[in-house]
Design a protein. Structure first.
Length: 219
């Protein structure tokens, strides 16, 4: 009969990438809930089939684990965008699809929003040190720039759209929908956060971004 240590060791050697993914998924949850200072490696160990020694072996230390967890959170959203195949869609449809995806992703991944909020509190210290996150986000802007250029060429988008500003506007509405839900609900009620309310808000967010991108109608 094998003990749990033997079973864990077999998992580390047979599927190390799977073990690392599991650790990172739990780490995102713990750091999002408690911040860097409040999260404990022992709690992450307790929720995974591994040991503190193996976490340090894979990630170096708690700071290294936090950095990798932050990168994993950003990677998830960028991989979701990449799976949309926006280059095969007409510009208006591509932009609509991207906005809807961003709204849905943020709503369904509140841990990502919380980690970004933590980074903002700490002046983006870890994020600024991550070359991987910078590259991921450059690729996201390049994708949006390509949509803008195609739309401009076809005459469905206004001239001179700034993809960074457009990314900011898409992110702002989708982020606020999650980050400010408790305070907004306390002040104005939670109707906007029901399924019907979210569906309506999602539609309005898509329409608002398209209105920003499209040429102004003649008076």
């Amino acid at each position: 009969m094998t003990n749990s240590t033997t079973d864990d060791r077999r998992g580390w050697t047979q599927n190390p990438e799977g073990v690392k993914r599991d650790i990172l998924a739990v780490a995102v949850s713990e750091f999002a809930a408690r911040g860097f200072s409040g999260a404990k490696v022992d709690d992450i160990v307790a929720r995974t089939q591994t040991s503190k020694r193996m976490i340090y072996y894979y990630f170096g230390d708690k700071k290294g684990l936090y950095m990798r967890a932050l990168e994993a959170a950003y990677l998830k959203v960028r991989e979701g965008e990449a799976a949309l195949d926006l280059g095969d869609l007409p510009p208006l449809e591509a932009l609509s699809t991207l906005v809807a995806f961003t709204f849905d992703h943020h709503r369904e991944n509140p841990d990502f929003i919380r980690m970004v909020m933590i980074e903002n509190i700490h002046q983006a210290e870890a994020l600024s040190a991550s070359e991987k996150i910078r590259k991921l986000n450059v690729a996201a802007i390049d994708k949006l720039r390509e949509i803008c250029e195609r739309g401009e060429k076809e005459g469905v988008f206004r001239h001179g759209l700034d993809p960074i500003a457009l990314h900011w506007q898409i992110s702002a509405a989708s982020f606020f929908n999650v980050s400010n839900r408790p305070t907004f609900s306390a002040l104005f009620g939670a109707d906007v956060f029901t399924e019907d309310g979210q569906s309506h808000l999602r539609k309005q967010t898509v329409e608002a971004i398209l209105a920003i991108a499209q040429p102004e109608a003649p008076l």
